[in-house]
Design a binder for this molecule. Structure first.
Ligand SMILES: NC(=O)c1ccc[n+]([C@@H]2O[C@H](COP(=O)([O-])OP(=O)(O)OC[C@H]3O[C@@H](n4cnc5c(N)ncnc54)[C@H](OP(=O)(O)O)[C@@H]3O)[C@@H](O)[C@H]2O)c1
Length: 334
């Protein structure tokens, strides 16, 4: 942990790296159980919380690779967190994470900056927490879930968060692409399952088709851009809860297969980020072939999910703020 002295502020500000954040989390499962419980509480009633989302594209020298810069601000109790992030496909080509994040944590009472944190892990775990709370709200009894894009950063956080649920899935089937010197995808995934060491019944699958066959739920973490629909005609089970983290709803035709459309926050979906996604959602909502609700409506019993439920995780920034507070408390910074 670094200490920075801002000239405008007498208190030194801590800079927390992802490593500091990971260490502060301590026992991961205990931490995730608490985060899931707070996420459930936040999503159950979003009205008392203030949050915002802004988005802009920065020009780079190569027009094929614009850098997307976004900021999200959320307030939880006494502290606010502004998370800014940029995503660039070229990062992946260079073997780096696709997006880079920073969180600035403010004390609302003194307006001081308390800490600045790398926001990658915060984003991974808060996204995973929202996804599993949405899944848990809808699934009744025993269920199986397919995790598409399980090898990514959010995928890893999702598998750990699933293992922190009280009502864990009976089976988790995972998929990714063939990479990294393995003779096939299955071999790569078997190695991955051994390394992540989560307390779940996990089965590797060699293709998206096989992965989602007959499952009760899907968590889709495949990163954008999606040039073609990855889930093709006839592939989806007849009844399914589809947790859309990688923003598959961009595919209008795909989204129209569902009877119920759930957001973590209906308010957040009105904010244009990314613009194409907001436009696609607006078009769908104008057609109104389905019911629209929030995860909180299901959690509190105000609404019931349908047979074909699509949950789009937009990422409520209040959960970022709650996560940061948990970390700062464990580090005795607040
Ligand atoms: N909704 C939200 O609030 C929120 C927050 C954070 C992230 N996200 C989104 O979540 C997604 C995942 O993020 P991440 O950081 O985990 O990304 P990542 O680390 O790049 O992981 C992406 C995963 O998708 C797989 N994948 C990518 N393209 C694929 C394809 N064409 N076919 C099959 N599998 C493919 C990758 O497999 P390989 O390992 O084989 O490459 C990997 O498992 C991104 O779209 C990101 O924008 C959403």
């Amino acid at each position: 942990m670094l200490r920075i002295n801002f000239t405008s502020q007498e208190l030194p500000v801590c800079f927390l790296t992802d490593r500091d954040v990971e260490q502060a989390m301590g026992n991961k499962i205990e931490f995730l159980k608490e985060l899931i419980s707070i996420t459930r509480e936040i999503l159950s009633d979003l009205r008392p919380y203030a949050f915002d989302k802004i988005s802009l594209y920065a020009r780079t020298s190569d027009p094929a690779y614009p850098t997307k810069i976004r900021a999200m601000a959320g307030c939880y109790g006494r502290y606010s967190v502004v998370r800014s992030f940029s995503a660039n496909e070229r990062n992946r080509e260079m073997g780096r994470r696709r997006s880079n994040n920073f969180c600035i944590i403010y004390d609302n009472e003194t307006t001081d900056i308390v800490a600045i944190a790398e926001g990658n892990l915060i984003s991974d775990y808060r996204t995973a927490s929202i996804a599993v709370v949405g899944l848990d709200a809808v699934m009744k009894g025993d269920y199986t879930v397919a995790v598409l894009g399980a090898t990514g950063s959010v995928g890893n956080a999702v598998l750990q968060s699933l293992s922190a649920l009280d009502k864990k899935p009976r089976k988790v089937i995972i998929s990714a692409r063939g990479r990294g010197g393995f003779s096939n995808v299955k071999e790569r995934l078997e190695d991955y399952i051994k390394r992540i060491k989560v307390d779940l019944e996990i089965e590797p699958s060699e293709s998206i088709e096989k992965c989602i066959k007959g499952v009760d739920a899907v968590i889709d973490l495949i990163s954008m851009p999606k040039p073609v629909s990855l889930v093709k005609e006839g592939m989806l089970p007849e009844k399914v809860t589809y947790i859309d983290v990688g923003k598959n709803a961009l595919d209008h035709e795909f989204a129209m297969k569902f009877d119920t459309y759930v957001f973590d926050s209906v308010e957040l979906r009105k904010l244009p980020s990314p613009a194409t996604f907001a436009l696609s959602i607006r078009t769908m909502l104008a057609e109104r072939n389905f019911r629209v609700m929030e995860i909180g409506d299901i959690l509190t019993g105000r609404e019931r999910p349908g047979d074909m439920t699509l949950i789009t995780v937009l990422g409520v920034p209040v959960v970022d703020a709650a996560f940061c507070q948990m970390i700062m408390r464990r580090l005795s910074l607040i």
